[in-house]
Design a binder for this molecule. Structure first.
Ligand code: FES
Ligand code: FES
Length: 190
């Protein structure tokens, strides 16, 4: 089920590698910000974003659950929008800002949506959970904190859970939406 590593890919370098550097023949240079850190790497141009994140950056919280772009386990944010990272070439994200599940918690505190999934038992095995949470945050960002249950169910159409039956996931997204709204009001008041 997992994509094969491309054996010639070099490990991604942290900030400080040379953004102007050109790639070897047949290769591509990518520079992006991932969870707030600048990274650069020379890669096979066919490398998918999910491969780059998991295999080169070792950010294995982003999962692969299918090879048909249906399950949503691979959802991350690129420039603030949720995308399925198994459908995007890493090279096409050159210059982008990427957030993965590992980038949500701040100062040891879970993101309000992560906390809502914990409190509302929105997971069982947890395999779909990173993608669910990244998709849920995007839903709230686009639809607002009063998003209805019907809209949440419709919007989560691209995320498959094999365990929970969705009831607790939807409850968690509603609670997380309210908590995100409270957190942003507190930040504005500070
Ligand atoms: Fe299933 Fe991306 S791995 S949609
Ligand atoms: Fe197991 Fe969703 S919690 S797949």
């Amino acid at each position: 089920m997992f994509f094969k590593s491309r054996k010639d890919d070099k490990p991604a370098a942290a900030a400080g590698s040379s953004p102007g550097q050109s790639a070897s023949p047949g290769r591509a240079m990518v520079h992006m910000t991932v969870n707030g850190k600048a990274v650069s790497a020379e890669i096979d141009p066919r490398t998918l974003l999910v491969q780059f994140l998991r295999e080169q950056l070792r950010l294995t919280g982003t999962h692969v659950g299918c090879d048909t772009s249906q399950c949503g386990a691979c959802v991350v944010h690129v420039d603030g929008r949720a995308i399925k990272s198994c459908t995007v070439l890493a090279a096409s994200c050159d210059g982008a800002s990427v957030t993965t599940i590992e980038g949500l918690a701040k100062g040891g505190e879970l993101h309000p949506m992560q906390e809502a999934f914990r409190q509302h038992h929105g997971l069982q095995c947890g395999y779909c959970t990173p993608g669910m949470i990244m998709a849920a945050i995007d839903i709230v960002n686009r639809k607002g904190s009063n998003v209805s249950e019907a809209v949440i169910r419709e919007e989560l159409d691209g995320n498959i859970c094999r365990c929970t039956g969705y009831h607790n996931i939807v409850a968690a997204v509603r609670a997380g939406a309210a908590a995100m709204s409270g957190a942003s009001r507190r930040q504005a008041a500070e």
